[in-house]
Design a protein around this ligand. Sequence first.
Ligand SMILES: Cc1cc2nc3c(=O)[nH]c(=O)nc-3n(C[C@H](O)[C@H](O)[C@H](O)COP(=O)(O)OP(=O)(O)OC[C@H]3O[C@@H](n4cnc5c(N)ncnc54)[C@H](O)[C@@H]3O)c2cc1C
Length: 485
Amino acid sequence: MARSGKEYLEALRHNPPNLWYKGEKVEDPSTHPVFKGVVANLARLYDMQHDPKYRDILTYEEDGKRHAMSLLPARSKEDLARRSAAYKLWADANLGMMGRCPDYLNAVLMAYEHSADFFGEFADNVRNYVAYVREKDLATTHCLTNPQVNRAKPVTEQPDPYIAVGVVKQNAEGIVVRGARMLATLPTADELLVFPSTLLKEGPGADKYAVAFAIPTSTPGLHFISREGLVGGDSSYDHPLSSQIEEMDCLTVFDDVFVPWERVFILGDLQRCNNAYAETGALMHMAHQVVVLKNAKTEAFLGLVSLIGEAIGADAFPHVQEKIAELIVYLEAMKGFWARAERDAQLNKYGLMCPDRGAIDGARNLYPRLYPRINEIVQQISASGLITLPSEKDFEGPMGPYLEKYLQSATLGAKERVQLFRLAWDMTLSAFGARQVLYERFFFGDPVRMYQTLFSVYDKEPYKARIKEFLGWSESPKAEAVAGG
Ligand SMILES: Cc1cc2nc3c(=O)[nH]c(=O)nc-3n(C[C@H](O)[C@H](O)[C@H](O)COP(=O)(O)OP(=O)(O)OC[C@H]3O[C@@H](n4cnc5c(N)ncnc54)[C@H](O)[C@@H]3O)c2cc1C
């Protein structure tokens, strides 16, 4: 049932994740200087589900109970539209800057549940697990990639057989896993999904890495080891994003972690691991949420640069107008991907309505390349305004009158102008902003291999046929030569 922020906080305090920060265990993330902002933000998102203004967008009703809209089974295009309206509302609440809003992985879980037969003997485990997540309205995170030790060698040829997560043993109660995954964002989630993403190659010993399961983030032996925090401080004026949306990224270590059978979804089946995302529709649904999120993010950037251009009078210059227009083009392209993903959606073989793969692939491959350019546009238009940024306290101190005079702008008083530019700085230039660029480049996978996959799965035949027809080839020349020889 759709939960409130209070319920999320209670669950987190009752069962905190095994979270490590600078050598120390984080006992209560909700009060820790680095984690408290994102925890409060998540609580705010859950509270929105109960706000009469948003309730009907963020939740749906079934058997007299209200559940998170991102777990609504997608059976029709109307369902997709309802789902994306919910994605957009949460995305806008964070200017599209929070990658692990719980709706992201709910989209995956919804697809797995609907296509549960794909999981064969584990199908009921998947159904029961997703029903449990829906009932409790849990936040999940995931860790997919193996530690970056030696990418030139397969998982079976790393210096230790348990660098990547592998199964150590199994018994009547469940399995024991050991190893690590490179990265999980949002360790303050309730649950961790462990699915493989990179292609598992056949070979002796490879099947022990073919495993998928879900466990609470508080499971004994599971450790989230955090990077350095990016929170600049508590003030939402000075640090508008990092004070609220520092999701955190962690190395995820599995020190002989026990996973009960009911939480195991794949075991020893390479094919199933390699096909799980595409064949169940999880890939398309996950990326559907992403396309909506990136629409929200691009809109936020357009609003930002438009206000900055106005504020300092730079939008009078043709090249600045051109740069803002460039952003408009990007936004319209992203809107187009979103609309077509839903318009051309199709049922998969399990009866799940899946957004169109062409539109989804277009968006998820283009955005990692657009995003650094979007950042560049903000920097080119903002120039020194992006760095001459006193803090809120400076306005209250003896230097305040100077700031009021010299940092005023054509349309804004000094305090608003600095606030606007501080947001631009946190979106693009602060440590938080820099992480966003790395995130956009990689979070959905290595862009190089994503292009390679697109090349191999995309149906190019109709376009080849048109060229052949234009050239007047009734059959391919090679076929004729063979026939003639
Ligand atoms: C900020 C951030 C947050 C993230 N959050 C999450 C998360 O919550 N959960 C999660 O599971 N993952 C997360 N990721 C990880 C993300 O999925 C990976 O970064 C992505 O899949 C690329 O893998 P990698 O980082 O291991 O890069 P690598 O695979 O190590 O690639 C490094 C370089 O080597 C090249 N390379 C490596 N192997 C090959 C190959 N076989 N062929 C050709 N080139 C190759 C790549 O092109 C790249 O240039 C996050 C990443 C970032 C940056």
